[in-house]
Design a protein around this ligand. Structure first.
Ligand SMILES: Nc1nc2c(ncn2[C@@H]2O[C@H](COP(=O)(O)OP(=O)(O)OP(=O)(O)O)[C@@H](O)[C@H]2O)c(=O)[nH]1
Ligand SMILES: [Mg+2]
Length: 216
């Protein structure tokens, strides 16, 4: 189930009143998936360590330090849950997953992370969308492409976003997104986002809301 067909075509900023996160709070950090408390519809953020997952959650929630960020890869080592209340009154659970592929963590721990993440993704009753993050500055990421294939095979809905778009000249962003579209076999180019200059953030909030609360 590649990129959601219902995703908005016009940027949120051009569609009148912007949907925003009015309040967000930390719910729990869990190391065992069985401990994820039942709650609102969930949207999970995953990707390579240091790709900007925690920063993106903070930007979406208009906060600086809700999710812990770090220059050191491997900062987020548990499944961390945040509940975000939207200006529409709807409540979303944002799930910050441990990053895959960082050297500072032992192979055994990496395997344990992967197992925990996969179990969560398959077992959660509330998971509505997985957001796969890809750093605009990096080349092809076979781990993430393989992971997207695994999600497809297991009928888990996902979308791809290209992070840190501020770090790539505006003239190159289109080419990066086109390459990612091909690599991930998406119906449309991924959304380019930047936690630093907030570009694409409002659109991402709309996109995850639409996935979490589909119109009947
Ligand atoms: N230029 C730029 N840097 C960013 C952006 N988002 C995050 N970063 C930087 O990238 C680094 C990693 O950010 P995190 O949000 O901690 O990344 P993460 O994916 O949560 O990392 P792990 O928890 O280790 O898996 C930090 O130094 C951030 O300041 C962005 O939009 N633009
Ligand atoms: Mg993190």
């Amino acid at each position: 189930m590649p990129d959601r067909p219902g995703a908005p075509s016009k940027p949120a900023s051009q569609r009148g009143r912007t949907l925003r996160v009015n309040a967000a709070q930390f719910v729990a950090a869990v190391n065992k998936v069985g401990e994820v408390p039942h709650g609102p519809p969930e949207v999970a953020f995953c990707g390579r360590s240091n790709v900007g997952k925690s920063s993106l959650i903070n930007a979406m929630c208009n906060q600086n330090a809700l999710a812990r960020t770090s220059k050191t890869p491997g900062r987020t080592q548990s499944v961390v849950l945040f509940d975000a209340t939207l200006s529409s009154g709807q409540v979303l659970r944002l799930v910050d997953l441990p990053g895959f592929g960082h050297a500072e963590v032992s192979k055994t721990m990496l395997a344990a992370f992967a197992e925990m993440i996969q179990y969560y993704l398959l077992a959660s009753q509330q998971l509505k969308l997985v957001v796969i993050l890809q750093d605009c500055r990096r080349d092809r990421d076979d781990d993430a492409i393989g992971f997207a294939g695994w999600l497809r095979d297991n009928h888990v809905a996902y979308t791809v976003v290209a992070t840190k778009s501020d770090a790539v000249p505006a003239t190159r962003r289109g080419a990066v997104c086109q390459r990612l579209q091909t690599e991930f076999r998406l119906k449309q180019p991924p959304l380019a986002v930047s936690a630093r200059d907030r570009s694409g953030i409002d659109d991402l909030v709309v996109r995850v809301r639409n996935a979490a609360f589909p119109k009947p």
